[in-house]
Design a protein around this ligand. Sequence first.
Ligand code: 13P
Length: 253
Amino acid sequence: MRKQIAAANWKMNLNFQQADKLINEIMGADIKIKENQLTIFAVPYPYLSMSKGVVGDVQNYKVAAQNCYQKISGAYTGEVSVEMLHSMGIYYCIIGHSERREYFNESNATLAEKINLCLANEITPIFCCGEPLSVREAGKQDEYVGVQLKESLFHLSAEQIKNIIVAYEPIWAIGTGKTATTEQAQEMHQYLRSVLAVQYGNDIANEISILYGGSVKAGNAKEIFSCPDVDGGLVGGASLVAHDFIEIIKALK
Ligand code: 13P
């Protein structure tokens, strides 16, 4: 049974004290997380250690990085390698967020390199895909997102792809307050699963968690997560408010 996941993406927000307070509040809340559910905190690099300390070994709660570099090690001032993450006990990493693609020119090919390094270092990539508004308006979203998957993931073996979490984040819904409708989300998630099924077979496609991201809030999470092919969410803004993110975790199937 595939995991239902509430993943917080703090992005470049919160100072250290605020981050410490937020994660302690969430971890201190009375949430009965089920066996098939997972909560992930994707925090800025400087907060990984603190977050890991707060989360500890609590079952089904994990800490993730928001990015990593595509080289093993070396003279890349300011970058962070997957080996560094692994050596700190960080086993999840967001790869290919639309903000990285847009502001840091990360291509599908670069993302494929990052994916390979993550998998070689026992780090589960949370691979983001999603189309801009112009593509959605032209009705070409399936094609666009299909290419993102193909160019960054489809070189992987069946064994490897099982260790990927996919996040569909339509760019027009990120931080805009404009959520995809449940129909739009389900349609795209079903399409993504069908593309994975063509490449890897139904059994494997059915095991891969596909998260929705883009203006998920406490008030709409339950409805979005109720779609059969939506396995939780990757949450930006609402993950910065303890009460809101707690409600989102509770909304998981
Ligand atoms: P918002 O939830 O703020 O729209 O951000 C979504 C996102 O980009 C998560 O990675």
